[in-house]
Design a protein around this ligand. Structure first.
Ligand code: FAD
Length: 473
């Protein structure tokens, strides 16, 4: 069998890989993408962690559980009454699976549309050869002039509490729990722990989140983290900080977690299911990096420069498998930038304007610097904040929790950070991202006409608050 030749072979079909493949094909390159993810029938399921066990299925379940929560707790205030409210978990999970499949199929369609050759199976290095690379792509051997590695990440295991996906769950198992657990334990209060904890809390689980760090949501602005902790506590999420896990023991149908609490007291928690969400590790399993001398760092991440170039000529790497935030949109931006650099263009990723979102209720979103970062860096800044309580649309929605906060340079008024906790924060943050990309000032946003009534008026008012001239508060 003759070796198929490609300008570019992308290994990994998650948001970093499939987007890189499409962009490279748009730019006229002959491209293949290799991805090994299998659906339950063993068929291809491109889209990576994000599509299969990450962003998309988690948001599908968050949506279902939010509907349930609203029906149970908020419909009555609208004059809507429901008797005998029930959740059919199998149906909810089935809907989530259908949403995932739509996305898998959508990517396969996009590959066809853009003439990207798709190989279902593992991609790995065989050898550097003839100025390019010989690779395995599933069962086939292929030759690539250039290679993009987008092999993603895997959930980090807690020693002594290895995932069995029945009782001790990674994100994978957490997204297909077959019935609402009476008691759910979560180790790690990061984005994934909070989102998964929220899903099952809304459906009726008693949720305890154990966090090793002393600060809650340390990456977020302190004001937002404080508000979030208050709201989540009120909702019934038991979040315990400064916890040290001593032992995790599996029973027949439950898990016992022995730990030391913040006061140094020994505690025991017995739960029906335990989600372990203590971060993710870069994945190069099966890539055979040794065959070509690909350099990894001590965390197992592929070492890249600012342009995503590895130590090997013509080999690039993007997404979770390299440094930087493990976010789907960061992976996508890197994928586009690499394809454009290959084509001689000037692809660019601005790490300073990558938005962060946590899809809890209320949602949390931010871009740029936090107040504590600006203080630590000695930057003189002004802050302006506007509560959703004073926003007409939020009142009409019946969702007035939270606020929008602007941080602007004290001298130039340039926006340095925007932090939102409240309804549709994930959508509202885009205005702030655009503003920061264009190096806008708080005054620029304050002078832009925003539709009324809309949640985005809170953004305008927070910008006005920087100059202490809010109109509605
Ligand atoms: P991945 O999506 O992990 O894709 C890598 C792909 O490569 C996989 O399909 C894998 O099977 C394949 N692969 C690996 N090695 C090989 C090989 N040798 N040969 C062939 N194929 C291989 N991010 C957000 O921005 N927003 C969110 O809301 C969000 N929610 C999340 C929720 C959860 C529960 C989790 C776990 C993650 C979430 N993330 C979210 C993070 C996001 O999923 C990742 O940042 C993103 O998927 C990274 O994309 P990637 O392309 O680098 O890797």
């Amino acid at each position: 069998m003759s070796t198929k030749q490609f300008d570019v072979v992308v290994i990994g079909g998650g948001p970093g890989g499939y987007i890189a493949a499409i962009r490279a094909a748009q730019l006229g390159m002959n491209v293949a993408c290799v991805d090994e993810w299998k659906n339950e029938k063993g068929g291809p399921a491109p889209g990576g962690t994000c599509t299969n066990v990450g962003c998309i299925p988690s948001k599908a379940l968050l949506q279902s559980s939010e509907h349930f929560d609203h029906a149970g707790h908020h419909f009555a205030e609208h004059g809507i009454s429901l008797d005998n409210l029930k959740i059919d978990v199998a149906k909810m999970v089935g809907r989530k699976d259908a949403v995932v499949k739509q996305n898998n199929d959508g990517i396969l369609y996009l590959f066809k549309k853009n003439k990207v050759t798709f190989f279902h199976g593992r991609g790995s290095f065989v050898a550097a050869k003839d100025g390019g690379y010989e690779l395995k792509a599933g069962e086939e051997t292929v030759f690539a002039k250039q290679v993009i590695l987008a092999t993603g990440s895997n959930a980090r295991q807690l020693p002594g509490a290895e995932f069995d996906e029945e009782l001790i769950l990674s994100n994978d198992g957490a997204l297909r729990i077959p019935a609402v657990p009476g008691k759910l334990g979560v180790i790690g209060s990061g984005v994934i722990g909070l989102e998964m904890g929220s899903v099952w809390r809304r459906l009726g689980s008693e949720v305890t989140i154990l966090e090793a760090m002393p600060a809650f949501l340390a990456a977020a602005d302190e004001g937002v983290a404080k508000e979030a902790a208050k709201v989540f506590k009120k909702q019934g999420l038991d979040i315990q900080l400064s916890v040290k896990i001593s032992k995790v023991t599996k029973g027949k149908n439950d898990v016992t977690i022995a730990y030391t609490d913040a006061k140094g007291a020994e505690q025991t928690l017995v739960v029906d299911k335990l989600i372990v969400s203590i971060g993710r590790v870069p994945n190069t399993i099966g890539l055979n990096p040794e065959a070509v001398g690909l350099k990894l760092d001590e965390r197992g991440a592929i070492v890249v420069d600012d342009e995503c170039k590895t130590n090997l000529p013509g080999v690039w790497a993007v997404g979770d498998v390299v440094r930087g935030p493990m976010l789907a949109h960061k992976a996508e931006e890197e994928g586009v930038a690499v394809a454009e650099r290959m084509a001689g263009q000037h692809g660019h990723v601005n790490f300073g304007t990558i938005p962060w979102v946590i899809y809890t209720s209320p949602e949390i979103a931010w871009v740029g610097k936090t107040e504590q970062q600006l203080k630590a860096e000695g930057v003189a800044y002004k802050a302006g904040q506007f509560p959703f309580l004073a926003n007409g649309r939020a009142r009409a929605l019946g969702d007035t929790t939270g606020f929008v906060k602007f941080l602007a340079d004290a001298t130039t008024d340039e926006i340095l950070g925007v932090h939102i906790i409240g309804p549709f924060a994930s959508e509202l943050i885009s205005e702030a991202v655009v503003a920061m990309e264009f190096k806008a000032s708080a005054e620029d946003i304050a002078r832009i006409c925003h539709a009324h009534p809309s949640l985005s008026e809170a953004t305008k008012e927070a910008a006005l608050a920087v100059d202490k001239r809010t109109l509605n508060f």
